[in-house]
Design a protein around this ligand. Structure first.
Ligand SMILES: [Zn+2]
Length: 100
């Protein structure tokens, strides 16, 4: 019997059972590709990372530099965050993979 992860609670479940014995969630049947990233979670994470990048740039360059750039650091942070989120490079935004 092969053990697989319950997608709902991450418990070890015997491959072949219809529902998870721990949380009683129905076992997701194949098609891991069908698992989509939650767009609301992605947007929230994207905003958090944008603020994080911005604060980091303020910390590295100083508030005076940001004032001189007229808020361009914030725009750059948001752009970087969106790009990395779309690519799935940030923690929490990874795309579901086929990895075993
Ligand atoms: Zn479960």
């Amino acid at each position: 019997m092969e053990m697989v992860f319950c997608p709902a609670c991450a418990a070890d479940v015997h491959d072949g059972t219809a529902a998870c014995p721990v949380c009683h969630a129905p076992r997701a049947l194949p098609a891991p590709c069908a698992i989509r990233r939650n767009p609301f979670k992605l947007i929230a994470l994207c905003l958090l990372w944008a603020i994080g990048f911005w604060l980091l740039s303020l910390f590295l360059l100083g508030e005076q530099a940001e004032r001189q750039l007229g808020g361009q650091l914030l725009l750059a942070s948001i752009g970087l965050s969106i790009a990395l989120t779309v690519r799935g490079n940030l923690p929490g935004t990874q795309k579901p993979s086929h990895a075993p």
